[in-house]
Write a protein that binds this ligand. Structure first.
Ligand code: DX5
Ligand code: ZN
Length: 215
């Protein structure tokens, strides 16, 4: 069964505690938290204080997705506000290996995200060092976008790479995930499904989460 990680970007920020409570009661195991700096991506979301507030309201895993330049500057800060999994973008790291080690040295799981244009094979030499490979299935920056079909091919390549290198890496799919494509994603090797709009814009979010879980 996949891990389901609802993306708080699509929550109602005026009623954040209520939405967190809803996820607490759901079958979702992780919270997906999108940090955007207006430089790496053309949008600004939220940062440490919001993550800290969510950490105070839940015992679930906090999966923090950094869409920021020079993420190595903030590794300690995200640990301090409760991040359990910290994911940086391949495209934002000049010394990716060092950044991965620094995340693990802080006691967090280390993830690396790939933009839609970045091929999977660039991670060949670090795949055994990372706990999570996040494949972006939309261009990062906004929720509610259309799933890019080429992602299926990348997912197959990622599964193959992990198998070839005998790595212990989870594959996460982020962007445009819905009950309509979840089963195929899981079948091709997705371990973690991020879902923003599919969950929070639904009439019955708990039912959608349960559906994703049983994909
Ligand atoms: C996009 C973010 C996603 C986003 C997903 O830049 O990384 O996590 O919240 O939202 P949906 O599921 O609505 O595409
Ligand atoms: Zn994300």
């Amino acid at each position: 069964m996949p891990i389901v990680a609802p993306s708080i970007l699509a929550a109602d920020f005026g009623n954040l505690a209520r939405d967190v409570e809803m996820i607490n009661k759901s079958e979702a195991e992780w919270f997906h938290l999108d940090v955007m700096d207006g430089v790496f991506v053309p949008n600004i979301s939220y940062g440490m204080p919001v993550i800290k507030a969510i950490d105070d309201l839940t015992d679930k895993i906090l999966d923090v997705h950094l869409m920021i330049v020079q993420p190595e500057r903030y590794i300690k800060d995200f640990k301090e506000v409760g991040a359990d999994v910290l994911t940086v973008h391949y495209e934002a790291c000049t010394h990716l290996h060092r950044t991965i080690q620094a995340i693990k040295d802080e006691g967090m799981k280390a993830g690396v995200a790939l933009n839609p244009h970045t091929p999977v094979h660039v991670l060949e030499d670090v795949i055994r060092d990372i706990d999570l490979l996040l494949i972006m299935s939309v261009n990062p920056g906004f929720g509610g976008q259309k799933f890019i079909q080429h992602t299926y091919e990348k997912l197959t390549q990622a599964s193959l790479l992990i198998e070839q290198k005998n790595a212990d890496t989870l594959i996460e799919i982020d962007g445009g995930v819905s009950p309509g494509n979840a089963a195929q994603l899981v079948q091709l090797g997705a371990d973690v499904l991020v879902a923003g709009n599919a969950v929070f814009a639904a009439q019955n979010p708990l039912e959608v989460i349960s559906g994703l879980k049983n994909s």
